[in-house]
Design a protein around this ligand. Structure first.
Ligand code: PH2
Ligand code: MG
Ligand code: MG
Length: 177
């Protein structure tokens, strides 16, 4: 199997969010390969249970000849090594690393499915993905990332202005608590 473009979505909404993304990118580079593209960081309204903080989200692209199941096994190992504890589905998390796509591979399994089943409609993933792979087409629908983003509600998804600033809601920056 030749090398394919693999896109990963990073998310954090607990604790030192930016540091969690940094640590995840380093672990991905060490365990799966050096990224060929990295999006900006977005700050996004949480989708899911109420009462959780805003997320930082980012997309990383690398090249790999590993299949979806192998990649997800490694991602779960990285999440555990970074201290991820799974409590509530879609609840707050220090770090979440999701496999979005493996080139044109279509695979549905208990551990991994590519393309990610909830890719279309998730602006918190499509906005950063559109920076790095706007023309990738969903192998099922044929719709491009750019088109999927244009078709969904992207309110509450903004490029993050970086550490050292309070958020719009006046909360202190990451780590300052
Ligand atoms: N991840 C979820 C559920 N909800 N919302 C945002 N804004 N960003 C996420 O990464 C996210 C979410 C499940 O993994
Ligand atoms: Mg997720
Ligand atoms: Mg996940």
């Amino acid at each position: 199997m030749g090398k394919r473009r693999v896109a990963l979505a990073l998310g954090s909404n607990l604790g030192a969010r930016e540091a969690h993304l940094d640590a995840a990118r380093r672990a991905i580079a060490a365990g799966l390969g050096e990224p060929v593209a990295v999006s900006r960081i977005y700050e996004t309204e949480p989708v899911g249970p109420a009462g959780q903080g805003r997320y930082l989200n980012q997309v990383v692209v690398l090249e790999s000849d590993a299949g979806a199941e192998v990649i997800v096994e490694r991602l779960l190992g990285i999440e555990r090594a970074l201290g991820r504890v799974r409590a509530q589905r879609w609840g707050p998390r220090t770090i979440d690393i999701d496999l979005l796509l493996c080139g044109e591979e279509t695979h549905t399994g208990a551990l991994a499915s590519v393309p990610h089943p909830r890719l279309a409609g998730r602006a918190f993933v499509l906005a950063p993905l559109a920076e790095v792979m706007p023309d990738w087409r969903h192998p099922g629908s044929g719709v491009s990332v750019r088109e999927m983003l244009a078709a969904c509600d992207a309110r509450g998804v903004e490029v993050w202005s970086g550490a050292g600033r309070a958020g719009r809601d006046g909360r202190q920056p990451d780590g300052a608590r």
